[in-house]
Design a protein around this ligand. Structure first.
Ligand SMILES: *[C@@H]1O[C@H](CO)[C@@H](O)[C@H](O)[C@H]1NC(C)=O
Ligand SMILES: *[C@@H]1O[C@H](CO)[C@@H](O)[C@H](O)[C@H]1NC(C)=O
Ligand SMILES: *[C@@H]1O[C@H](CO)[C@@H](O)[C@H](O)[C@H]1NC(C)=O
Ligand SMILES: *[C@@H]1O[C@H](CO)[C@@H](O)[C@H](O)[C@H]1NC(C)=O
Ligand SMILES: *[C@@H]1O[C@H](CO)[C@@H](O)[C@H](O)[C@H]1NC(C)=O
Ligand SMILES: *[C@@H]1O[C@H](CO)[C@@H](O)[C@H](O)[C@H]1NC(C)=O
Length: 467
């Protein structure tokens, strides 16, 4: 047993580092028009084109009847232990060893903060392929905080190590505690581009039935990973790539439609998609745009990721208004929990957070905020920001998010965003993280299309032509 504990301890940071690196590489394109917050407000003090107005609808999905709108929601991601990503604000990925004592706490401990309406368990990262198998992977510091990978091979039974089964049942007990505190627990399917999920013909209906019976109200499942009697509140789709649009779109639509039919009586399930915010030239999300158009009236809310996507994030091109034309229901702003959870930029410190909130607060489709993740936005997480790099303060960012949603003023001094600007000569610089690269004018310049930066560094871009 001790061996297994140790393996779990060792495995979690490595897996998270991998994820972290891949998140970064996945957004290289959008980093190309990254804006430097400090420089922007020093030199380009525009405040036009607020996105707060409600949309005039464009497409059929916009006119579909939405599910009831929600408001003031705070959603936290749990399970990936993002605080242990190994990111050092200055030296970049693989540069910092997080003390195990600072890793994510128990699920119940986050529910007890009172900040969250929902916690998303991240991720059921493997499914699909026609044989009903799936795998759930959680990072952690120890067996006691639910590390491990639960595998179901699709053959009617499971054969996980005893400690894995126990971990997941312990998590199930915390799920019940959370629900008794009115915190909903949702399982997130998918994850970043590197997660091994797929959709083949038949998977949509098959997995809707399987997950309904394994995680939701259904009781005819072959396994019950979180324990018998533990019923989750919903399923989220976090699909960040689309390998075969003809098949994948049809199967995702089948999945959502089938799941909604199965739980139409109880209306317990929530279905969400977490697209990147980039709409590009095609006017829809590249991975799930067609799915959103076809299922807008079946999905409770969308989470749109507004970090690591500087092209469509504050202070330029923040595109909440565009999303209101693509989806009729509630839209949640997906934010990062600290700078190291948003290597490529987009973490909203309190001042910018207030400015963004003020842009959307009176839009009826603004449903709230999600934070990735609970470990990087709650003590003992530290705010590894540039100004206090050597001695970071404890992060209470989730509390800040709850406060702003409650209408408290959490910051000031930042205007509504400027319009997106294109075709600029971008300044580039090698750095460990975007925020650090933005802060230090002595760093080497680089070619964004080539790997010309030192190990653990990346080439970041900034709108300011001069430092
Ligand atoms: C709008 O709806 C039409 C018809 O349903 C569809 O063909 C088109 O792709 C949709 N456009 C977007 C941007 O989703
Ligand atoms: C970051 O790099 C500097 C040298 O530039 C080094 O002194 C420092 O120890 C490094 N920090 C970490 C956490 O690796
Ligand atoms: C199901 O698959 C697992 C993993 O491959 C295997 O260990 C187990 O023996 C199989 N069970 C049955 C009943 O075939
Ligand atoms: C987003 O909205 C802006 C402002 O309404 C509009 O000019 C732009 O064309 C929209 N972009 C897309 C991709 O829909
Ligand atoms: C960054 O550090 C400075 C200096 O300690 C502090 O004033 C600021 O609030 C910090 N920012 C965050 C987001 O923690
Ligand atoms: C800025 O970058 C230069 C070049 O790498 C380095 O020597 C210097 O220490 C950095 N300054 C800060 C404040 O990190």
């Amino acid at each position: 047993m001790a061996d297994e504990v140790d393996k779990t301890v060792a495995a979690a940071p490595a897996a998270n580092r991998k994820k972290c690196i891949l998140i970064t590489s996945a957004v290289v394109i959008v980093v190309a028009v990254a804006a430097a917050l400090g420089g922007y407000f020093g030199t380009r003090n525009k405040s036009s084109s607020s996105s707060s107005s409600s949309s005039s609808s464009g497409n059929s999905s916009s006119t579909a009847t939405a599910l009831p709108l929600v408001t003031g929601q705070l959603i936290g991601y749990y399970g990936q232990n993002a605080i242990a990503n190994g990111v050092d604000i200055k030296n970049g990925t693989n540069s910092r060893v997080t003390p195990v004592a600072d890793y994510q706490g128990s699920l119940a401990s986050y529910c007890k903060t009172g900040y969250y309406n929902t916690i998303n368990l991240a991720f059921l990262n493997l499914f699909g392929g026609g044989n009903n198998h799936f795998q759930i992977t959680f990072g952690s510091s120890s067996v006691a905080s639910y590390g491990g990978t639960y595998v179901y091979s699709g053959n009617g039974t499971q054969s996980n190590a005893a400690y894995v089964v126990q971990n997941f049942e312990n998590l199930g007990a915390d799920i019940t505690t959370c629900q008794s505190l009115n915190v909903k627990i949702v399982l997130s399917l998918g994850g970043d581009k590197s997660s091994p999920y797929t959709w083949v013909t038949g998977d949509g209906v098959a997995y809707a039935n399987l997950f309904y019976n394994v995680f939701l109200e259904g009781t005819a499942g072959p396994v019950r990973p979180f324990g018998s009697g533990v019923v989750l509140d919903g399923i989220e789709l976090d699909i960040e790539r689309n390998d075969d649009p003809t098949v994948w779109n049809a199967e995702m639509i089948n999945f959502i439609t089938t799941l909604r039919k199965l739980s139409s009586k109880t209306q317990i399930a929530k279905y969400k998609v977490v697209p990147q915010c980039y709409l590009g030239l095609i006017g829809k999300d590249a991975s799930v745009g067609d799915v959103i158009a076809a299922t807008g009236n079946l999905v409770n809310y969308l989470i749109v990721q507004y970090y690591n996507n500087p092209q469509c994030s504050y202070p330029f091109g923040f595109n909440f208004g565009n999303w209101t034309t693509l989806f009729p229901g509630s839209i949640i702003l997906g934010l990062a929990g600290d700078w190291t959870s948003a290597i490529s930029g987009g973490f909203l410190e309190p001042g910018p957070l207030q400015a963004v909130y003020d842009m959307v607060k009176s839009n009826s489709q603004f449903g709230g905020i999600s934070v990735y993740d609970v470990s990087s936005s709650n003590p003992p997480a530290y705010s590894w920001n540039v100004s206090d790099y050597a001695n970071p303060p404890l992060s209470t960012y989730s509390e800040t998010l709850r406060n702003v949603l409650n209408g408290q003023i959490v910051g000031s001094g930042y205007p509504a965003q400027g319009a997106q600007e294109n075709n600029l000569n971008l300044r580039t610089s090698c750095g460990g993280t975007w925020v650090y690269a933005n802060s230090n004018c002595s760093l080497a310049t680089c070619d964004a299309s080539a790997s010309t930066c030192p190990t653990n560094y990346q080439c970041f871009s900034f709108l300011e032509k001069t430092c």
